[in-house]
Structure formats: C-alpha cells, structure tokens
Design a protein around this ligand. Structure first.
Ligand SMILES: Nc1ncnc2c1ncn2[C@@H]1O[C@H](COP(=O)(O)OP(=O)(O)O)[C@@H](O)[C@H]1O
Ligand SMILES: [Mg+2]
Length: 288
C-alpha cells in the first residue's frame, strides 16, 4: 500500500524554461502532476500527512533549500529526483571531487585547504595559474582564475573577510588548458541523451556567463564517462560537465543535479527530448 498520492510533484521557487518543459511533458503524457512553490512548504515531523505525491521532481535552484526539501520529503518516504544524497554531493564541489576521484574517473588535480594561510602554501606548491572555487555555487559565480601570487593574496584576503566560515575553506584546482569550451552531457537514469559544447569568449564557459551551446558528437568515451560520473555521485538526472585537455584527454569537472537544458535544447532542437526523458524516469514511481 502506498502511503501517498499518485501525482508527480514539481517543486520550484522559480518556473523557468526547464520547469515549463517538464510540465508540458507531463501534460502530454497525461500524468497527474502538482507544481508547488518550495517557499511555502512546511511539514510537521510528528504529523502523518498524506502527501499528494508519488515522487517529486526537485527543481529548486537554491542549494540549501533544495537539499532540505529532498531530506524533508525523503523523511516522509516520498522519493525525490534527485535523491537527497545526490543533491548534497553535487551541491558541494569537494564532495563531488572525492566521489569522482574514488570512482577512478579522470578529474582535474584538486586540493582542499582548511585555512586561507594553508591555501597560500598550497598554491605555492601546486604552482600558478590555479583555479579557486567556492565550495557551494553555480553558474561560474566566484570561480576565480588566479595567475600569480599577487592575485592569490587578493582572493584569499577577500575570503578571509567573508563572514561565512565556509569561505575560509579553500578549494583549489589545476587549470585545464581547454580549447575555449567545455562539454555538457545530460544523463537520465543510465542513458546519456546527448552532448553539447559550450563555447565562451572568456575562460568560464557557463551558459550563465554567456557561453553558446552547439551540438557535440556523443562519443563512446564521453557517454561512458558521463554515465559513470552520474553514478559516482548518485544522480539519476545529471548534467555532467567535462573538460578537454590539450591532447584531447577528458576530465570530469562536475555533475549538476538540477540540470538546466535550455542551451542543450537550442543546440539539439526537438531531436532530443530532455523533459520527456525526465518525466519517463519519474514514472517508475507512479502507479499505473
Ligand atoms: N580546473 C579548471 N580548468 C579549466 N577551466 C575550468 C576549471 N574549473 C572551472 N573551469 C571553468 O569555469 C567554469 C565554472 O566552473 P565550475 O567548476 O563548473 O563551477 P560552477 O559550479 O559555478 O559552474 C567551467 O564551466 C569551466 O569553463
Ligand atoms: Mg559548472
């Protein structure tokens, strides 16, 4: 006996291209669904609510709220896509790196320093240039390319002055000499749907930083790496970002748990139905 209802919940505080596409796909398949604004949700842990959801698609963009939404729903036995554990891992660059590394996947050399002083020492040893990233963040925000000791001192001084204790934990990475682009592979379940290049006029190639998406051939290597990376972080729906090195070798950079696919859709058009694949994956939790 299922405790909860049969609808697919669509949780978001902002309804973007992606959420509209997912709801359109649900409508097309005549799947009952209920969108809800995560900012209005609260549940009494002692209560025994009968929630209307068989499964919830977690589309909350705020990382902390997204992680607690997943934990909260899972505590009431409502499965979420992605699972709470994947939201936690993907939302934290350090946890992601450890999972990728442990799975034996190629990923840029990465270090974690527990103080800004230790970060300064690490940079001297690892050498410049070096990439410095916030532990939690997306869209390329505050991802800094540090070319020399002076720039390092400035970035670390700013980190020291920031109020959040997490700001003084410094995530450092070697700079991969990529050809002005990165590669995004979207994985749903264990299926790689396709790949795009994201090319930008600057070193950060996030769509949010103005990168343009074009079709990229999904080679066996890309497909295998992307599926393995999604599995390593426990993500059922994933936007896997990869970098190409100077000799074409591939590195897994990160896995995005709340995948945006506007650029992907611009590149592939209706040939690849990302929203439809996400809905198809969610249906395994919905009673016939
Ligand atoms: N180690 C690196 N070498 C080369 N480019 C990098 C590296 N790390 C990040 N970048 C560039 O910066 C962008 C943002 O970094 P990323 O780690 O994906 O952070 P975010 O989660 O904010 O997207 C990447 O898409 C890539 O273009
Ligand atoms: Mg990224």
């Amino acid at each position: 006996m299922q405790r909860h209802g049969a609808a697919v919940g669509v949780a978001a505080s902002r309804v973007r291209f992606e959420e509209k596409a997912i709801m359109a796909a649900l409508e097309r398949r005549r799947v009952p669904f209920q969108p809800f604004d995560t900012r209005t949700l609260w549940l009494d842990l002692q209560g025994e609510p009968r929630l209307p959801y068989a499964v919830v698609l977690n589309r909350e963009i705020a990382q902390t709220r997204s992680a607690y939404l997943a934990r909260l729903l899972e505590s009431f036995d409502v499965p979420t896509i992605n699972p709470a554990r994947a939201v936690e891992v993907c939302g934290d660059k350090f946890l992601t790196s450890t999972r990728l590394h442990r799975a034996g996947l190629p990923t840029p050399r990465t270090a974690l320093a527990l103080t800004t002083g230790a970060a300064a020492s690490a940079m001297e040893q690892l050498g410049f240039p070096v990439v410095v990233k916030p532990l939690v963040g997306s869209w390329g925000r505050m991802v800094a390319l540090v070319r020399d000791r002076e720039a390092a001192a400035a970035v670390l001084e700013h980190r020291e002055a920031m109020p959040a204790p997490q700001a003084r934990i410094v995530y450092l990475q070697e700079l991969v000499d990529k050809p002005g682009r990165d590669i995004r592979v979207i994985v749903v379940g264990t299926e790689p749907l396709g790949a795009t290049y994201r090319t930008a006029g600057q070193w950060r190639t996030n769509a949010a930083q103005g990168a343009v998406s074009t079709r990229c051939p999904l080679t066996d290597d890309l497909a295998k790496l992307a599926v393995a990376a999604a599995e390593a972080v426990g993500a059922e729906v994933a936007g896997v970002d990869l970098l190409e090195g100077r000799d074409g070798e591939l590195y897994v950079l990160e896995v995005n748990h709340n995948v945006e696919f506007r650029g992907f859709h611009a590149a592939h058009g209706d040939r690849v139905d990302v929203a439809g694949a996400i809905v198809g994956h969610a249906l395994r939790w919905v009673r016939p």
